[in-house]
Design a protein around this ligand. Structure first.
Ligand SMILES: [Zn+2]
Ligand SMILES: [Zn+2]
Length: 269
């Protein structure tokens, strides 16, 4: 079965690897078609595209857009025009809101006497800032081994430094991707089962579902395949690769059925 990976992150968002390292890793893993989908950031696309060509990998422009309804309700856009103004404006809005959320979170941490500053977080931020960068600062302070430890103790929902998501709406995210000529997929729907509203998302222009995802078990995949069939949606797969960050998947690439690969290829090219 073909190996694709339409979901990956670099240092431009919360990934641990440079574009060069990412592409090298993907080529070694035998990925045939890939996309870089940094959170709310498209700064790495040009370099990734050049490097992918060097390794003979098929490259698709990508971005993962956060929404305000849930911490994990993300939509990935593919094959859009990265110069499109509506999309650029939306990404700028989310970048600003991310920064605000980071500032609020840092303040809450300071209130519970955790030593951390905004400057420190921004110093390790390359493209967009995120709570993952805060977690990395705290890991350095030995307050946890993995990012997930920090989220469980300080940053996650119900924790002392939790700030609810600040981002655009789902409708705005889908529409901006479509406006830029792209295809919009719901990312890792298994993580946001309570938020499902396919009827509405499809009416706003949703094109597909990320079904082949590391934490999706067979029952979840089958349920999602039924939904894809019902609404005539595309199917994709990705690993959500973040590089060598303890607690996250380290192996890029997902095997997908040949017909899934063929459908994606004919949609994008
Ligand atoms: Zn995501
Ligand atoms: Zn992701």
């Amino acid at each position: 079965m073909p190996v694709i990976d339409l979901h990956s992150h670099s240092r431009y968002s919360d990934g641990a690897v440079s574009i060069a390292e990412l592409l090298y890793t993907y080529s070694k893993a035998g990925v045939e078609m890939m996309s870089l989908t940094d959170h709310d950031c498209i700064l790495g696309l040009a370099e990734a595209r050049t490097k992918a060509a060097k390794y003979n990998m098929i490259f698709v422009n990508g971005v993962e857009i956060s929404t305000r309804d849930h911490d994990n309700l993300h939509f990935v856009g593919y094959n859009f025009d990265p110069e499109n103004l509506a999309l650029k404006k939306l990404l700028e809005t989310n970048t600003q809101l991310r920064l605000e959320r980071v500032k609020k979170t840092v303040k809450l941490l300071q209130e519970i006497k955790i030593q951390i500053t905004e400057e420190e977080v921004l110093k390790i931020t390359k493209g967009v800032s995120s709570r993952a960068h805060i977690a990395d600062c705290l890991r350095r302070r030995h307050l946890g081994y993995m990012r997930s430890d920090i989220f469980k103790k300080y940053l996650g929902k119900g924790c002392p430094a939790y700030v609810p998501p600040m981002a655009v709406t789902v409708k705005e995210a889908i529409e901006a991707i479509k406006e830029a000529g792209g295809k919009c997929f719901i990312a890792h729907p298994g993580l946001v089962r309570d938020c499902w509203d396919f009827e509405k998302w499809v009416s706003w222009g949703l094109d597909g579902i990320e079904i082949y995802y590391p934490s999706h078990r067979e029952a979840m995949r089958e349920e999602l395949l039924r939904i894809a069939k019902k609404y005539n949606l595309l199917v994709s797969g990705g690993s959500d690769f973040h590089g060598n960050i303890a607690g996250r998947v380290l192996v890029p690439g997902r095997e997908v059925p040949q017909e899934v690969y063929d459908k994606l290829y004919s949609t994008f090219f």
